[in-house]
Design a protein. Structure first.
Length: 462
């Protein structure tokens, strides 16, 4: 008979009818008269309780129904007498699809640590925690598309293989088909990239922004949503080597329009998750972060603080707080500084603007003071920087001067400069780190636990 997903089984209209469910056994307990199986199929955090009357079924038949086994059950949905569930299924027919040997199934026991589960990343989606996180992640991805599509933004796919380094940090993964043990060489001993697949050095992209600007200056407003790669050796709870980024880019937006959009956008996503993932968020709050729901609500309800970098640094210096990294005008802010401003000083998200030009990328619009650029970072409680963006330098001469000042190879940049040569317009954009948003919404504390298969230094097993 037709299968009903467990997410749909708690419908009172189904009570009394015969249903069919399929899923993985979470637990089995009971006695010689009756056995209870908690079944989950991934469609919801909730399990359905299956009741086996041991008069109808032999011990032997039920033996393979152990934690992790996959089964199909047909039976009658009835109101439950027991505590903890509204309905249960009185089993009539059982099919075992696959067993999971209790002696070797890694998730046999409950209550594994997140560290242990990272070593079992191929199976951890079957736990309650990762089921909840992955459903929230999926809902957030949908919310992101919904937000932009409803506002007339076009989804633009930018290349993953690129010849330019958008952020200028040099932390790129090279893409090559050259034989590494026998590289073709030029006369001066350097590698002859004309022999490489693309005839030049290429790498995995660190950002789709530069191509996004090409889209925005044609379609008006676009967003990208795709994987991004950074070969920085940062082993922190907030960095991945492969992460997903959402990069909207808008013609005719100045920095204030940009800040407004960023604030509306993150609030919308958080609100969407609260509304559509209530069960999963409640589970995560109960098990990991009692303040989670309250924190999510408070971010939606408040106005984000808007502050210049210079003012931010003054607050930090005057705070008397002892930071691990000293802070002074011109230094890049560490997450401890960002979090101090957000969690201790203002107690709400902060958008910091007008950073020193030397710590920001070449494309940001230069302010008249000659020292700062029209950057904006959105800083969040528990996370620090969740969004980085700016108004873009639309003036051809100023942009070219900055590119030359930073010794960025012009041969990589001519196409980007063409946007400023032909019909240049004021424009702005930003990048939201998807996993940092998922971290915030799920209340998890390590970014490795909010992406199905994390890529970090020395870790690409699964
Ligand atoms: O601040 P970033 O480097 O900005 C850019 O890449 C711009 N091109 C964005 C734009 O203006 N279109 O990165 C943007 C965001 C950060 O705020 C952070 O949330 C996330 O991407 N991020 C990372 N997330 C996980 N792991 C990493 N290694 C990350 N690096 C940046
Ligand atoms: Mg940044």
């Amino acid at each position: 008979m037709k299968r009903t997903k467990i997410s749909d089984i708690f419908d009172p209209a189904l009570i009394g009818s015969r249903v069919c469910v399929k899923g993985w056994v979470r637990t089995r307990r009971g006695n010689k008269y009756v056995q209870f199986v908690a079944l989950n199929d991934g469609s919801t955090i909730k399990n359905i309780q299956i009741v086996f009357d041991m008069n109808d079924i032999s011990d032997e038949t039920l033996k393979p129904v152990t934690t992790g086994a996959s089964i199909c059950v047909e039976g009658i949905l009835v109101e439950s007498m027991g505590k903890g569930q509204s309905v249960e299924i009185q089993a009539k027919e059982l099919t075992v699809y696959g067993t999971a040997d209790p002696d070797t199934y890694p998730l046999q026991k409950k209550g594994h640590t997140l560290e242990f589960l990272r070593e079992k990343a191929h199976l951890r989606p079957r736990t309650n925690t990762f089921g909840a996180v992955l459903r929230v992640r999926s809902a957030l991805a949908f919310a992101i598309h919904k937000f932009f599509q409803e506002r007339g933004f076009y989804y633009l796919n930018t290349p993953l293989i690129t010849a330019s380094d958008c952020e200028g940090a040099g932390a790129m993964f090279q893409v090559t088909t050259l034989p590494l043990n026998n590289l073709p060489k030029n006369e001066d001993g350097s590698v002859d990239y004309s022999k490489d697949f693309f005839g030049k050095p290429t790498a995995l992209t660190v950002s789709g922004q530069l191509e996004g600007e090409l889209g925005a200056t044609a379609l008006g407003a676009i967003y990208t949503f795709g994987p991004t790669f950074r070969a920085e050796n940062s082993n922190t709870p907030r960095h991945l080597s492969e992460f997903w980024m959402i990069e909207p880019e808008m013609a005719f937006y100045d920095i204030n329009d940009n800040m407004e959009l960023a604030e509306d956008f993150v609030k919308y996503c958080i609100g969407y998750a609260l509304e559509n993932c209530a069960d999963d968020i409640a589970f995560l709050a109960e098990h990991f972060d009692p303040q989670l729901t309250e924190r999510l609500r408070s971010v939606i309800d408040c106005d984000f603080v808007r502050l210049t970098y210079t003012e931010g640094v003054e607050i930090l210096k005057a705070s008397g707080h002892k930071f691990e990294f000293p802070v002074d005008w011109g230094t890049d802010l560490q997450s401890e500084h960002e979090r101090y401003l957000v969690e201790e000083h203002f107690k709400r998200p902060v958008i910091l603007t007008d950073y020193p030009k030397d710590i920001k990328a070449f494309y940001m619009k230069q302010n008249d003071d000659g020292r700062t650029v029209r950057a904006m970072d959105v800083l969040f409680p528990k996370i620090g920087e969740i969004i980085g963006g700016s108004e873009r330098e639309e003036n051809y001469d100023k942009l070219l001067a900055r590119i030359e000042e930073l010794n960025i190879p012009m041969k990589d940049m001519w196409w980007y400069l063409d946007t400023r040569r032909f019909g240049t317009v004021p424009h702005s954009g930003f990048g939201l780190g998807f996993e940092r948003l998922v971290l915030f919404v799920t209340g998890m504390t390590n970014i490795r636990d909010v992406i199905p298969f994390p890529r970090t230094p020395n870790n690409a097993e699964f």
